[in-house]
Design a protein around this ligand. Structure first.
Ligand SMILES: [Zn+2]
Length: 133
């Protein structure tokens, strides 16, 4: 393990272990096959942190992320395509956002699972417990 504490957000977005921020959390590094998208490793390869927690987690976070993406879309959609109450532009925005959210969904699901893990496992958890020299 390195001496410097890796930054939180890059570790989350690159799906790294919450305890050591070095090991990869998911069995498959890529998003495919989608059936194994959320398959977590039993233990972190690097530090041995237990990854498997209760099932059905991250659902609420996933919902929040989905809503967040809708709002994010608004910030670039409105300046580029414009949006008025006069025509159907709001509906076009909704359709565009829905498509983007569906396309991003596998990534959002992983991200919400990551957020959940990071809520429950803090940095250095395994270091305190296991490595006593
Ligand atoms: Zn680890």
């Amino acid at each position: 393990m390195s001496e410097k504490k890796p930054f939180l957000l890059p570790a989350i977005f690159s799906m790294k272990c919450p305890s050591c921020r070095e090991g990869h959390v998911f069995v498959n590094k890529g998003l495919f096959p989608l059936g194994k998208l959320l398959l977590l490793k039993d233990h972190c390869d690097v530090c041995g942190q237990k990854m498997k927690s209760e099932s059905n987690n991250g659902g609420g976070i996933n919902y929040a992320l989905t809503v967040a993406v809708f709002f994010l879309n608004l910030t670039w959609y409105k300046p580029i395509f414009g949006m008025t109450a006069k025509d159907n532009s709001f509906y076009y925005y909704l359709i565009t956002s829905t498509v983007i959210v569906i396309l991003l969904q596998p990534y959002l699901m992983r991200l919400s699972r990551m957020a959940y893990l990071y809520l429950y496992i803090s940095y250095g958890t395994t270091r305190k417990v296991s490595k006593s020299e």
